[in-house]
Design a protein around this ligand. Structure first.
Ligand SMILES: NC(=O)c1ccc[n+]([C@@H]2O[C@H](COP(=O)([O-])OP(=O)(O)OC[C@H]3O[C@@H](n4cnc5c(N)ncnc54)[C@H](OP(=O)(O)O)[C@@H]3O)[C@@H](O)[C@H]2O)c1
Length: 277
């Protein structure tokens, strides 16, 4: 028997990357998995791959930051399984660029997918999660712990998830609903991973140095463990833990060390390609 046997888990943005690895992990622990992404071909091919791991997989296509689409996904889950135990709000866009150069289009797009999308999804899923006494889990980033130069928009969008998770958790006191937020560290990306550039166009990300990155499989295992233990706050990777500690207890020293990152950050986020996110 797996640790998530018979649990219905909906992972937004799971046709690729970390979400797809989390779907594999959840299936291996006995869950029924609902996967999602905007590109239907990619989503269906991921569903095929996942079914080879055994277990039940339901693909629900569409942009989950659109409330109509998200609500119809919930209806499809209710019709098929009658319940939802865990919602992982993983869909997210990376972005990069100096504040001065960031266009309105980038701001609108990133904030809609990374911030207001998770807000409306968390709001709309509550009745189903209340019934199952389940979990709502937000996927944040190290950039959600402290503002990162040349990733201000991404940082702002991920930091706002902390406020949402904290508020929601307090509002639901005594309800036996689990709210979690996971600050994921640098993770090995799919080769075709993209990001929103300052002018709003989508560009391919540069490769990052391998040694700073965790594998998607490792990250998926740690996310699953955090959900199983119903933890509120989980910071992944040694770098994330140091960052969280130093920014909290030694803010001036930390700010100074961030200045040291400036040159590297500038290089990495230069157009036409970037490695932020
Ligand atoms: N990779 C890292 O190093 C890292 C580090 C920290 C945190 N994170 C966070 O982890 C999460 C996953 O990152 P990743 O690197 O795995 O990203 P990824 O490889 O770009 O995959 C993103 C997934 O989300 C889907 N998606 C994007 N926008 C969507 C939307 N509006 N509605 C539905 N699906 C959507 C994509 O499919 P479609 O494009 O077909 O929609 C894809 O399946 C994100 O929230 C990211 O911010 C990543």
């Amino acid at each position: 028997m797996g640790r998530f046997t018979e649990k219905v888990v909906f992972i937004t943005g799971s046709s690729k990357g970390i979400g797809r690895s989390l779907a594999v992990e959840m299936l291996s622990q006995g869950a029924i998995v609902v996967i999602n992404g905007r590109n239907t071909d990619q989503l269906n091919s991921t569903a095929e791959m996942l079914r080879q791991h055994g277990g039940e997989v339901l693909p629900v296509p569409g942009d989950v930051s659109d409330t109509t689409i998200f609500r119809s996904a919930l209806t499809a889950i209710k019709d098929r399984f009658g319940r939802l135990d865990i919602l992982v709000l993983n869909a997210g866009l990376s972005s990069y660029g100096a504040v001065e150069r960031t266009s309105d289009t980038s701001i609108e797009n990133v904030m809609r997918v990374n911030t207001t999308g998770p807000y409306t999804c968390a709001r709309d899923v509550l009745p189903m999660i209340r019934e199952s006494r389940g979990s709502i889990v937000f996927i944040s980033s190290l950039a959600g712990i402290h503002g990162i130069p040349y990733s201000s928009l991404y940082s702002m969008s991920k930091m706002s998830l902390t406020a949402l998770a904290q508020s929601l958790r307090t509002e639901l006191t005594g309800e036996r609903i689990h709210i979690g937020i996971i600050y994921v560290g640098f993770t090995r990306n799919d080769p075709d991973k993209t990001a929103v550039s300052p002018d709003g166009t989508i560009k391919k990300l540069q490769d990052r140095p391998g040694w700073v990155q965790q594998s998607q499989e490792r990250v998926a295992k740690l996310i699953a463990r955090s959900i199983r233990r119903r933890r509120f706050r989980t910071t992944l990777s040694a770098m994330g833990k140091v960052m969280a500690f130093a920014s909290r207890y030694f803010p001036r020293l930390f700010q100074f060390s961030m200045r040291g990152m400036l040159k590297k950050a500038r290089e990495l986020t230069k157009d036409p390609e970037s490695s932020s996110g």
